[in-house]
Design a protein around this ligand. Structure first.
Ligand code: HEC
Length: 116
């Protein structure tokens, strides 16, 4: 029992900084998105359960874009370039934020995975 308690403490200690950095990485998303189930659409769509799902944006859905690690890594780095590439230049993203830092993108994606 003592070992279990010890292990839990170790796991919690290891997870806390990770969670903090993930939450930090998604703070700026809240200006335009909600994360809760059934949350309102702000400037951008609600992101609950978005990981593993087909995009809710018609132009991307038409191209079969599913949000997984590779697509999100590319999209978050430069949404306009991603949408433009997928639609052969016919469409641009209305998302005006570029997450240039790779570790920050990874942390944001880890957070999106928890929204289910
Ligand atoms: C300045 C406002 C703004 C910010 C900040 C922002 N977004 Fe967006 N986001 C949008 C808009 C607007 C769209 C819809 C894009 C379009 O219509 O082309 C979008 C779309 C998305 C999509 C695609 C959703 C779908 O259904 O396909 C994802 C995923 C996403 N944003 C993730 C994020 C994450 C993660 C962050 C924070 C790191 C973030 N966004 C920050 C405005 C924003």
């Amino acid at each position: 029992m003592k070992n279990v308690a010890f292990s839990l403490t170790v796991v919690a200690t290891l997870l806390t900084p990770w969670l903090a950095s993930a939450q930090e990485a998604v703070k700026k998303c809240l200006a335009c998105h909600t994360f809760d189930q059934g949350g309102a659409k702000k400037i951008g769509p609600n992101l609950f359960g978005i990981f593993g799902k087909t995009s809710t944006l018609p132009d991307l859905a038409a191209k079969g874009v599913v949000w997984d690690e590779p697509t999100l890594m590319e999209y978050l780095a430069n949404p306009s370039a991603f949408v433009s590439a997928k639609t052969a230049g016919a469409s641009k993203s209305k998302m005006a934020l570029l997450v240039k830092d790779e570790a920050e993108r990874k942390a944001a994606i880890e957070y999106l995975k928890t929204l289910k």
